[in-house]
Write a protein that binds this ligand. Structure first.
Ligand code: HAM
Length: 426
């Protein structure tokens, strides 16, 4: 097949027939985020590469292997964003948002780009709904952020999604933990995969996330971060759990969640679905108290999550969940000739001004073909305009589902009448 009629591997077209699913999830996620006081933020699709190297971390798979990086015409290294957090942090610093009332609560919808091996639920271009909150170290805010994701999932009506949480401590307790992990994994040095050998030196916690069967088998006896948390981090984690209990949010503690991005401190979490195969993480996040400083701002706490929208939609489809119904054409006005078509076009314009979805012929179709089209687009009502209707300013609204006809006057009362009839159907 010609290359120009084939989309790049790992990308998807979101087609008009499915777009109501996207509208559903975007509407619900945005509404929920706003109930928590979050305001939308939109950041560029590309950033300076260094932002992700510093922010996401240059020992991570995302930065080492998966970024879409290129030089622009001036030779600057640019990267398509692989995730939304680093850009939000950069924008908050650059625009002085952290000098305003804190906490600053933001949400976003963004496309992300990662050069991963595509498979079901894993794309090279995908969409995230994310929340980032800045300026609070309190465990109550960890619970609040988790609660946003939880509410979105609940409002979408999705089932069988479990929440797993962990604390990966602060740099202080993590240093001890890294030492213990290094010691433990060193005994298997000659069996570890090449990547893990490197991880052993640079980022031992990532050893727990290796997908290779051999490396995975060592995980079961590995030391657990929860045994290494310092007093403050332990207290923080206990209080997060208490707050989740308070909110009635069910979770399990999984000490093996380490997350694939370097910026996390303390609480990390994942919402997992078992209904969509191996790429079951539909939403993930955590706290990142060092990131704002790392990116160049004043030390400011941060935390958030991102939900993979393609994965959420997959879960909803697999569970036959309801999406918000797609909008339907309210009225199709068919006409016989040029004169009646002009009359119809003016009427349609008036109806559109009132917010109706109204249509008339703009293709030069025959009357019969217009009626066929009205059926095809599933119009709720159809109306015929000819010489008689124009002369008398009267016409008949035909309900397409059962053919029932209602006479209407084509005067000031028309809009109200149509509205009432449509409302009766809804
Ligand atoms: P992440 O775990 O890399 O975290 O991605 C979050 C979610 O995006 C995943 O749980 C998954 O649903 C979806 N996702 C990730 N990669 C793909 C892919 N290749 N194809 C389809 N969906 C994917 C982050 O991105 C962090 N920025 C989350 C965060 C925000 N942490 C704090 N604030």
């Amino acid at each position: 097949m010609e290359l120009i009629t084939k989309r790049p591997r790992g990308t998807e077209d979101k087609l008009p027939k499915d777009i109501y699913k996207w509208h559903t999830i975007e509407k619900i996620a945005g509404d929920v985020a706003q109930c928590y006081g979050c305001k939308e933020i939109r950041t560029p699709t590309f950033e300076h590469t260094e932002l992700f190297q510093r922010g996401v971390g240059d020992t991570t798979d995302v930065v080492q292997k998966e970024m879409y990086t290129f030089n622009d015409k001036k030779g600057r290294s640019i990267t398509l964003k692989p995730e939304g957090t680093a850009g939000a942090v950069r924008a908050a610093i650059e625009n002085g948002l952290l000098n305003d009332a804190l906490p600053l609560k933001t949400y976003y919808f963004t496309r992300c780009f990662r050069y991963e091996a595509p498979q079901s639920g894993r794309l090279r271009e995908f969409n995230q709904f994310g929340v980032e909150v800045f300026g609070t170290y309190s465990p109550a805010s960890d619970a609040e952020v988790i609660s946003i994701a939880y509410d979105v999932i609940e409002r979408l009506g999705v089932e069988n999604i479990s929440l797993e949480i962990n604390s990966i401590g602060c740099p202080k307790c993590r240093a001890e933990y890294h030492k213990a992990l290094k010691e433990y994994y060193s005994q298997f040095k000659d069996q570890l995969c090449g990547t893990c050998l490197e991880r052993l030196e640079r980022n031992p916690m990532r050893l727990l996330d290796c997908k290779s069967e051999i490396c995975k088998s060592f995980k079961k006896d590995a030391p657990l971060i929860t045994d290494y948390l310092c007093e403050d981090c332990d207290k923080h984690f206990t209080e997060v759990k208490e707050r989740l209990d308070l909110l009635g949010i069910k979770y399990t503690v999984n000490p093996l969640i380490v997350r694939g991005l370097d910026y996390y401190t303390n609480t990390v979490f994942e919402f997992i679905s078992n209904d969509i195969g191996s790429q079951g993480a539909v939403c993930a996040g955590g706290r990142y108290n060092g990131l704002v400083e790392e990116v160049g701002g004043n030390a400011t706490a941060g935390l958030g999550f991102a939900m993979g929208l393609e994965r959420m939609i997959m879960v909803m489809e697999n569970q036959n969940k309801d999406f918000m119904p797609d909008k339907k054409c309210d009225l199709y006005i068919a006409s016989f000739d040029d004169e009646s078509n002009k009359y119809a076009m003016k009427l349609v314009k008036q109806l559109r001004d009132y917010g109706f979805w109204a249509e008339c012929d703009v293709t030069g179709r025959s009357f019969k073909a217009q009626m066929k089209y009205a059926n095809k687009i599933n119009a709720t009502y159809c109306m015929v305009i000819g010489g008689e209707e124009m002369a008398s300013s009267q016409a008949k609204l035909k309900r397409m589902s059962d053919g029932e006809e209602t006479p209407v006057k084509l005067d000031d009362s028309f809009v109200q009448r149509l509205n009432t009839l449509i409302m009766e159907i809804v």
